[in-house]
Design a protein around this ligand. Sequence first.
Ligand code: CP
Length: 304
Amino acid sequence: MKHYLQFKDLSAPEYAYLFARAALIKHKFKTYEKHHTLLDRTLAMIFEKASTRTRVSFEAGMYQLGGSVVHLTTGDSQLGRAEPIEDSARVISRMTDIVMIRTFEQTKIERFAAHSRVPVINGLTNEFHPCQVLADIFTYIEHRGSIVGKTVAWVGDGNNMANTWLQAADLLGFTVHVSTPRGYEVDQAIAGVRSADSYRVFTDPLQACRGADLVTTDVWTSMGFEAENATRLQAFTSWRVSAAMMAAGAPGALFMHCLPAHRGEEVDAEVIDGPHSVVWDEAENRMHVQKALMEYLLRGKLKE
Ligand code: CP
């Protein structure tokens, strides 16, 4: 049994399979062809933080695969009344086939997985967001072909998305240019990467974008860090992705944002709504890649 708790939980050949499978699944979705590979399987979704894309993509995706979904939040379950996560894992995994969790500390999802009888998927923790980077790389491949040897510029917070990009670069063979304000740097130990070979740190975000094939960012204040919002607004002012940063990128550079976005904060409206942006494809692709991921975790590699 495999869990998907961080990006490095799968290998490069497994990602190659998932990207090809997601393309097939997306084609079937677009042509209204039934694809019921998880008939009668049940997905439990546990949300301890808010969500739009993760909820809709997992829920719609599981129904499209022929399965069903149970939706739990901290507020409407015993999770919010201090039932141990280990006990919740034991119970939920006896009644469902696969679990997706959005929570705070990575250690919490790891404890759940350690006591689960079924595969567990990380739907975002403070440290990682592997399903999002899975969708982002699939989106890059759709638009530009292989990401191997390319350069991704990360501009903004050294957060769960930045950590996940570092893992992906390490595993799949591309480079990340990271530019964050001082005090918000990525931490290689938290990111869980073996070496600094696949990323370069820049103090100037414009320099980080020079020659980049993809420029990407996230909100300045991630969920769980709201108390720091005022301080962050000041610290991040120079890390707003601008048209000048996109112009510094390689010809045909793409812009991505995992959303939700704040126009005028981490990105200018002319960038996210402009010709470099593929954010709507990126959001939609969450569903297609996660369908491939759920199939893979439950049934392995499928041919049809
Ligand atoms: N990108 C992302 O995870 O979106 P939600 O927070 O809406 O799920």
